[in-house]
Design a protein around this ligand. Structure first.
Ligand SMILES: Nc1ncnc2c1ncn2[C@@H]1O[C@H](COP(=O)(O)OP(=O)(O)OP(=O)(O)O)[C@@H](O)[C@H]1O
Ligand SMILES: [Mg+2]
Length: 338
């Protein structure tokens, strides 16, 4: 069954006792600075409209204070909106009753936190089983399910260790195992990898991408790191001062930045790694033969294949191993250096 998308429509969040009174002013153009200086209210989110596709990874990116956490916390309604709606599976999350919300949070969403959020006096197994324990799943079953996920995130044999006996990367694996053990369709990850060392962080990105190939969760992943966003995101939305300034695929953002702000972000990006050949492939000409590459590989990967095969053209293969297009060496070099 394909998972539902999350549809966020006209969402505003204004922090302060009379937030609703200022929605119109903000909609009409009052800036975050003005709202704060003149009315002592803080603009959290302004007119957010985004579809978070089911079964894909959507990355929310932006600098500190841009509203990323505010946005993700609306999805399980840890924050109530000032106005707007969030539709999931036919229901508006913003209008759920206490009981509906409790069920929704427990059964359909799971969170992974930056600070891991592990319970220090529980071992790895008990931490990973925690969500299931809350749901009332019996001990034998929850431990079996938790153990399966501990193994899947690469922590086989660590069941009986305590959090303080683990490195940051391993603790984050436990956090991920706990979230996955819940079997929720929506995975909310707020800066989950931001506290990790760069190499461990890349490892964890790989773990997520590998699992996602099979699990196809609806993942909302927050980061302030563009490389991470480009690597993980099927879709990326960039926030600034509570507004989405651009949303699209990695390639849309890197190749067609919407304004100078985004441009300044993407200037330093390694385009050869950020852009996948599937996004730049040209139509098939019919006479395709010779070496090929999968559409989800990067431009850099494609150039390596060309070098080792002494080819100046590759056929790009789609998910069902059928040719979907072609790329040439000159075209790819142009993408990297222009
Ligand atoms: N409970 C609150 N009351 C008042 N203002 C708040 C509250 N929570 C967040 N804000 C403000 O809303 C804006 C967005 O904050 P948010 O925490 O969503 O940013 P962020 O993008 O997650 O930042 P960071 O990268 O530092 O985590 C900021 O200006 C912040 O000060
Ligand atoms: Mg935050």
């Amino acid at each position: 069954m394909a998972s539902s998308s999350i549809e966020i429509r006209n969402l505003y969040k204004i922090f302060g006792s009379r937030g609703k009174d200022y929605v119109k002013a903000v909609a009409d153009g009052m800036s975050k600075t003005e709202l704060n200086a003149e009315h002592g209210h803080v603009l959290g989110l302004k007119d957010i409209n985004i579809t978070i596709p089911g079964g894909q990874i959507t990355v929310i990116m932006g600098l500190s204070g841009s509203g990323k956490s505010t946005l993700i916390r609306h999805i399980n309604r840890l924050i109530d909106p000032t106005s707007g709606e969030i539709i999931y599976d036919g229901a508006d999350i913003c209008r759920m009753s206490e009981e509906e919300l409790r069920q929704f949070r427990r059964k359909r969403t799971a969170m992974v936190f930056q600070k891991f959020g592990l319970l220090p006096h529980r071992n790895v197994l008990q931490n990973a089983a925690y969500g299931l324990e809350i749901q009332g799943v019996a001990k034998g079953e929850r431990e079996e399910r938790a153990r399966r996920w501990i193994n899947r995130v690469g922590l086989e044999g660590f069941d009986a260790k305590y959090p303080n006996q683990l490195s940051g990367g391993m603790q984050q694996r436990v956090g991920l195992a706990r979230a996955l053990a819940n079997d929720a369709e929506i995975l909310l990850m707020d800066e989950a990898y931001s506290a990790l060392d760069p190499l461990i962080r890349v490892d964890m990105q790989t773990v997520l991408l590998e699992l996602q190939k099979e699990l196809k969760k609806t993942v909302v992943f927050i980061t302030h790191d563009l490389d991470e966003a480009l690597r993980l995101g099927d879709k990326i939305a960039i926030l600034r001062d509570g507004e989405i300034v651009q949303q699209g695929r990695a390639e849309d953002i890197v190749m067609n930045p919407a304004n100078d702000y985004i441009e300044s972000f993407v200037k330093e990006v390694n385009r050869g790694r950020a852009i996948r050949v599937g996004a730049v492939a040209q139509p098939l000409t019919g006479g395709e033969a010779g070496p090929s590459i999968d559409a989800d590989h990067s431009v850099e990967d494609a150039l390596k294949v060309m070098l080792s095969a002494s080819a100046d053209r590759l056929t790009v293969m789609g998910p069902d191993a059928r040719p979907v297009g072609t790329v040439t060496r000159d075209q790819l070099l142009h993408i990297i250096v222009m």
